[in-house]
Design a protein around this ligand. Structure first.
Ligand SMILES: [Zn+2]
Length: 164
């Protein structure tokens, strides 16, 4: 029986997740950078949490998927590394669970088929895609490269569209 493997983002550390439970915990160096100055027992971090660098292939896959869902701008390097690490670990046949409350991370994970846990989000998660739209005239844009409305020149805003 395969043990559950958890990939943790920094909010998962703040929520104390590595100190509970008995799963195998993984994170990336980007997350380590974010949490190492916090009062998180560093000895515990080293004994219970494995810090791993994701593969270049998985990183590329995450980036191209994020471009498709419109989450590319919302994903940080840390977010990308976590998603890629979750992909790597699931390729190795692990039962991976990505722990993150980040909206864009959860959205891309969903499309990549990575199971999710939240530290606070409850209820069923539905996929969200981002749409650019103009607050001035209401025109919607699907090309992520357009940042200013061609009709009235207003800077475009982003809105989340929930798929049904
Ligand atoms: Zn406009």
């Amino acid at each position: 029986m395969s043990e559950a493997v958890y990939v943790l983002d920094s909010t998962a550390f703040y929520a104390g997740i590595p100190y509970q439970g008995r799963g195998r915990y993984y994170t990336t160096y980007f997350v380590l950078e974010e949490v190492k100055h916090q009062s998180i027992g560093s000895s515990l971090l080293h004994t219970r949490v494995q810090v791993t660098e994701p593969s270049v292939e998985s990183l590329q896959r995450v980036k191209s998927m994020a471009a498709k869902t419109g989450d590319a701008n919302a994903l940080s390097k840390t977010d990308e590394s976590l998603l890629a690490l979750a992909l790597d670990l699931s390729k190795d046949g692990n039962k991976v669970n990505l722990v993150s409350d980040d909206f864009a991370v959860r959205n891309v994970a969903e499309v990549l088929g990575i199971p999710l846990s939240g530290t606070s989000i409850k209820g069923e998660w539905k996929q969200i895609t981002w749409k650019m739209f103009c607050k001035g005239c209401g025109k919607e844009y699907t090309n992520p490269k357009i940042t200013t409305c061609v009709v009235c020149g207003t800077t475009l805003s982003k809105k989340a569209v929930r798929s049904t």
